[in-house]
Design a binder for this molecule. Structure first.
Ligand SMILES: [Zn+2]
Ligand SMILES: [Zn+2]
Length: 345
């Protein structure tokens, strides 16, 4: 039996998340109710916490990196069973505009994201349309499956930028996503894979995750990258910080024919100096993306289920729902913490 109420982490206003008893979401005929097991805290949740995102949506239950089991289904739902282990594409879009038809739901004007624009999964239950579900292998540990959404973001960035084997790839920024991007670069056979970050500890972690070389951010970082890429600069640079300074450096690390994959989110309205001289003469280009959608989830699930990523460092910090505020605090302030996962049991 589905209870009437449940515990949920509710963002009441910027800077304040509390655990409360709220109503279990009602589902429509085409939806399922998912009993959430784990949900990860990510940078987007921090943006909501800091009032940068979704301020007009508060109070809101955030949480979009989740895994759970189907608890109940609407009457039109076919092909699923209660107890199936699932995650969902969090990007709910119209499904029929030109962008949706091209697997670009993030560009849809009707797009709404679970846990960002509408109630999400820092709760015992979350609702999702059956059409957004992905069936997961019940033999894979659930704490790994909770990382499918962040992996899907890497999948999309690689898909859009076209990074492939034997190309040099520089990842600027060694946060939790930067280190996943290093692993993704190794996975597609990029060479060399170079991590550029601000802390030596991060560079050591990146080496452990497969980076061929590491460069500390500093006055000679661009020169070092050039040296490591045959003197000309990299084929691809992924900016995974979202700051003016690192975007500028990233552009200058690109070589002839190079492509910038813009991944880090800069504050709206901020600019960065960009010298188009080389862009034109060297036929450089740029792609932008930061979130997985549609088939990216399917592929991310496969990569996680078949252990193509070392995710051990990502499941070191599991907090019960009651301590979600502490989890946010740790994720935001402890630089050594790659990920905090909330356990709903
Ligand atoms: Zn996320
Ligand atoms: Zn659409």
């Amino acid at each position: 039996m589905i209870p009437e109420t449940m515990k949920a982490g509710v963002m009441k206003k910027p800077g304040r998340i509390v655990v409360e008893e709220v109503r279990v979401p009602k589902i429509g005929d085409d939806d399922v109710l998912i009993k959430v097991k784990y949900c990860g805290i990510c940078g987007t949740d921090v943006h909501i916490f800091n009032g940068v995102y979704s301020k007009d949506k508060l109070p809101l239950i955030p949480g979009h990196e989740f895994v759970g089991t189907i608890a109940s289904m609407g009457k039109n739902v076919k092909g699923w069973d209660e107890g199936d282990v699932v995650t969902a594409d969090i990007n709910l879009s119209c499904g029929s505009c030109i962008y949706c038809l091209q697997n670009k739901p993030l560009l849809c004007s009707q797009m709404s994201q679970i846990g960002i624009h509408q109630d999400g999964a820092f709760a015992e239950y979350v609702a999702a349309p059956a059409s957004s579900l992905f069936r997961l292998n019940p033999d894979t540990p659930m704490k790994k499956l909770a990382l499918i959404e962040p992996v899907s973001c890497c999948v999309r960035t690689f898909r859009l930028s076209g990074i492939s084997f034997a190309k040099s790839v520089v990842i600027v920024g060694g946060g939790s996503m930067g280190l996943l991007l290093v692993q993704m670069a190794k996975l597609v056979g990029a060479a060399p894979v170079i991590m550029v970050a601000r802390r030596q500890e991060t560079l050591d972690l990146a080496s452990g995750m497969g980076a061929d070389s590491t460069v500390l951010i500093g006055p000679d970082d661009i020169a070092q990258v050039k040296k490591l890429t045959g003197g000309m600069g990299a084929d691809y640079v992924i900016e995974a910080v979202g700051k003016q300074e690192t975007y500028e450096k990233s552009c200058r690390m690109l070589g002839p024919g190079g492509r910038l994959a813009a991944f880090g989110i800069m504050e709206e309205g901020q600019n960065t100096p960009f010298e188009f001289f080389r862009t034109v003469l060297w036929e450089q280009s740029m792609t932008g993306s930061c979130a997985g959608a549609g088939t990216d989830f399917f592929e991310a699930a496969k990569l996680v289920e078949y252990n193509r990523f070392d995710l051990s460092r990502y499941s070191e910090n599991i907090f019960p729902l009651e301590r979600i505020a502490e989890g946010f605090d740790k994720f935001m302030h402890d630089k050594a913490t790659l990920k905090v996962i909330i356990d709903m049991d």
